[in-house]
Design a protein around this ligand. Structure first.
Ligand code: NAD
Length: 372
């Protein structure tokens, strides 16, 4: 297959590209703007391989997208390019509107124009997979789970922009017959995760003996999925999903944020003890994120039933693998910590800045957890 992967230099996109190129022998054109979150080092294993090509471009640049489609002649698009960090969306929403909404619109239009040049089987088989998040559904109470039938209720600029792009993808199917498929996935974790997000941030801070900031009371619940399981779900949705359909993807691994941070501390203590006792001593509660959704959980029974997908990795296995990967791959994360994101707190509004305790005050200017 010939597949355009947008956002292929990001966390999930690069895992997808490594899978497609190295394990499935697909022809892949990565389209990526290389924002702060894009990193060609994440594609090092693919560089120079037959079937791998890279185009640095903005998905919101309609004429470049149209040219890329006609030159590469894809069978499918897997659209992951996005601004993805909730805290950054609170600090400044403009790039989220530009990329997630306008960029998706331009990409849909380029795909539609290209597909109109096809005929017969090639036209019927063309697919546009739009990769989205469970955050579009809002926040859950103590029980229940999001499914494909859950009404949209986004709360942050990030999730609102993703919700808008989901609606565009669906409308392009209903209105123009462009065969779009939408996936809404829970929180991912794994190797090559940009260290502004909770798990890599905690791993690296803990390694350096820095404070481990946890928002609010640490009781926010996320459903964690190992990134390679997400990648297999995306390929299943592309190959076997039905156009116009949505698939909710999740790991059935709900964890409170505090439990996730404690798990990272315990694994690091086992692998690289620092001689000062457990790293749990570094955990510090800081002011909560404005509008922080309390709980997400996914009912993934549709994709399990219809496409035969199931996560292979348990949370315990995946988190241990992830911690070991960061220990073994300082070449990847060190330049990011030093040159791209040094860990300042993002997304606090005035009035929210006060920390919850004396000890947390010293942590509030430190890196913070992220999701998305
Ligand atoms: P990421 O921030 O790690 O990567 C995003 C990539 O998109 C980067 O390589 C960046 O350079 C690129 N990009 C940004 N703006 C662009 C533009 N205008 N044109 C071209 N490229 C651009 O994000 P991620 O965590 O890998 O997420 C990928 C997708 O999956 C996103 O659409 C996100 O909403 C969705 N998603 C993420 C999660 C998660 O837990 N990380 C969960 C569910 C869904």
């Amino acid at each position: 297959m010939r597949i355009i992967v947008t956002g292929g230099a990001g966390f999930i996109g690069s895992a997808l590209v490594r899978h497609l190129v190295l394990e499935r022998g697909a022809n892949v054109l990565v389209i990526d703007k290389l924002t702060y979150a894009g990193n060609r080092a994440s594609l090092r294993l693919c560089e120079g391989r037959t079937g791998f090509a890279f185009l640095q471009a903005d998905i919101a640049d309609g004429s470049r997208m149209r040219a890329a489609f006609s030159e590469f002649a894809p069978d499918a698009v897997m659209h992951l390019a996005a601004e993805s960090h909730v805290d950054r969306s609170i600090a400044g929403a403009a790039p989220f509107i530009e990329t997630n909404i306008v960029g998706t619109f331009r990409l849909l239009e380029a795909a539609r124009a290209y597909r109109d040049t096809l005929a017969g089987k090639a036209k019927d088989a063309f697919r546009f997979l739009h990769v989205s998040t469970d955050e579009v559904f809002g926040s859950l109470g103590e029980s229940g789970a999001f499914s494909e039938k859950t009404p949209y209720d986004p709360r942050s600029p990030y999730s609102a922009s993703k919700a808008a792009s989901d609606h565009l993808a669906r409308a392009w199917w209903e209105t123009y017959g462009l065969p779009t498929i939408v996936t809404n996935c829970s929180n991912n974790y794994g190797p090559y995760h940009f260290p502004e997000k909770l798990i890599p941030l905690i791993i690296l801070n803990a390694l350096e003996g820095r404070l481990l900031p946890v928002y609010g009371d640490g009781g926010h619940v996320r459903d964690w999925l190992f990134v390679e399981d997400h990648v297999r779900a995306l390929v299943a949705a592309l190959e076997r999903g039905r156009p116009g359909e949505t698939y909710a993807i999740g790991g059935r691994s709900e964890r409170r944020n505090l439990a996730v941070v404690e798990a990272v501390c315990d694994i690091l203590d086992g692998l690289v003890p620092d001689g000062d006792g457990t790293r749990r001593r570094l955990i510090t509660f800081v002011a909560d994120r404005p509008g922080h959704d309390r709980r997400y959980a996914i009912d993934a029974s549709k994709i399990e039933r219809e496409l035969g997908w199931r996560p292979r990795e348990s949370f315990e296995g995946g988190i241990a693998q992830t911690v070991r990967w960061y220990l073994d791959n300082e070449w990847w994360w060190r330049p990011l910590r030093q040159g791209v994101y040094d860990g300042e707190r993002l997304g606090l509004l005035s009035g929210h800045a006060a920390s919850r305790s004396a000890s947390s005050r010293s942590a509030s200017s430190r890196p913070t957890e992220g999701e998305g």
